[in-house]
Design a protein around this ligand. Structure first.
Ligand SMILES: *Cc1c(COP(=O)(O)O)cnc(C)c1O
Length: 391
């Protein structure tokens, strides 16, 4: 008999009742140290008092009005995003996949309005993940996500990740945009070298192609800069964000330059919930906290500490781990044993990590994880690794 919840997930056999910062607590009081943060979502930890305050204060006043009216919280969040990024304008969604939908629509509409309606192709990369809508799975293109769901939305050209020559050849007079994650998340914490991102920007500039960055997972402070592309010293034309921006409240956005957004006039796109007062109250508070340079410097400091300790872990367990990769607090442990075994061994030690493709275990803690928690996390991972390959 089919379960009452559609069985599309392989869930661990436990549930949590409460959260406190980097800790998740079951109904019987067992505390798990959370290095997954709901897949990079609870960027400021669970039940963060500042965010609880922002959410509850708004909840007592007004939840929903629709985008038929002005929404001051949405305006405030948009202003913050514009102030701190390359963007001139923002559209709010409830998720990353909805941001992908709009990013793709925006790029095609741009060329349509420019009088080049044949420029519809979007170049994407192997190992990419842009969400689970029909457009987002067509964009990523992997068989795992697309099989059985055809006919797929046409117009995507899939290339090997970071293969600059292939991109140069693939950009034609039919290309609307290049869509890429600066650091692939689901694909196994695969960072695109800064030089590649710069090269893509140059190529896009010389051909007029739009550069769309998917910073749903790597953005919002995770790498120690507000957005990951800042490390390469470039800016995109369009950027998708979600996950961390809501701190756990479902919220996403598409940010764009005035030029890239120029085709999106009144009536061309919409969302019932996107940009609602509750989500934007939380998102604005998250932005105020994360966009602060002192906060970002702390992320980098903790990241260096965590990475150094994890290097030690990898060195101590060469039969379990092959290496570490990633940037900031977006790290991946490449495993020699099946990554699912490593995640499970962590569960037994009450530490939560998240698997990814390419046999990687993801470490995506809350950005405000403490030094003591980092030490405790690595001690627990060490015990977990020891159970997998007894000395
Ligand atoms: C999670 C993710 C998405 C999809 O976001 P949803 O909120 O699950 O729709 C898109 N792109 C990247 C890079 C992601 O990590």
């Amino acid at each position: 008999m089919i379960p009452s919840v559609l069985p599309t997930y392989n869930r661990a056999p436990f549930a949590f009742e409460r959260g406190e910062g980097s800790w998740l607590i079951t109904a019987d009081g067992t505390r798990y140290l959370d290095l997954g943060a709901g897949i990079g979502v609870t960027a400021l930890g669970h039940a963060n008092p500042e965010l609880v305050k922002a959410l509850t204060a708004q909840a007592e006043k007004l939840w929903h009005t629709s985008n038929l009216y002005q929404i001051p919280n949405q305006q405030r969040l948009a202003d913050l995003l514009v102030e701190h990024t390359f963007a001139d304008t923002a559209f709010f969604t409830n998720s990353g996949t909805e941001a992908a939908e709009l990013a793709i629509k925006m790029a095609r509409k741009y060329w349509y309005e420019k009088g080049q309606p044949e420029r519809v192709e979007i170049i994407t990369f192997e190992g990419a993940f842009h969400g689970r809508s029909s457009a987002a799975i067509a964009a990523a293109g992997s068989e795992k996500m697309t099989k059985g769901f055809g006919p797929l939305l046409p117009g995507f050209v899939h290339l090997p990740f970071g293969d600059h020559e292939a991109v140069q050849k693939a950009v034609t007079d039919k290309t609307a945009a290049v869509l890429i994650e600066p650091i692939q998340g689901e694909g196994g914490i695969r960072p695109l070298p800064d030089a590649c991102l710069k090269g893509l920007r140059d190529l896009c500039d010389s051909t007029g192609t739009l550069l769309i960055l998917d910073e749903v997972q790597c953005g919002m402070g995770r790498t120690g800069r507000l957005f990951a592309h800042e490390w390469a010293g470039i800016t995109p034309d369009i950027m998708m964000i979600a996950k961390g921006i809501g701190g756990g409240f479902p919220l996403g956005a598409v940010l764009a330059t005035e030029e890239a957004a120029s085709g999106m006039t009144a009536g061309t796109h919409g969302s019932t919930y996107g940009g609602n007062p509750l989500g934007c109250a939380v998102g604005a508070r998250v932005m105020e906290i994360v966009a602060d340079q002192a906060f970002l410097a702390e992320v980098s400091r903790k990241a260096a500490l965590l990475r150094q300790r994890l290097e030690g872990l990898v060195a101590a367990h060469p039969d379990v781990f092959e290496g570490i990769r990633g940037q900031g607090l977006m790290l991946g442990l490449k495993c020699r044993l099946p990554n699912t075994d490593v995640v499970k061994a962590g569960y037994a030690e009450h530490i939560l990590t998240v698997g990814a493709a390419d046999n990687v275990v993801r470490v995506l803690p809350a950005l405000n994880i403490t030094e003591d928690e980092i030490a405790e996390a690595v001690a627990r991972l060490d015990r977990a690794a020891t159970t997998l390959v007894p000395a």
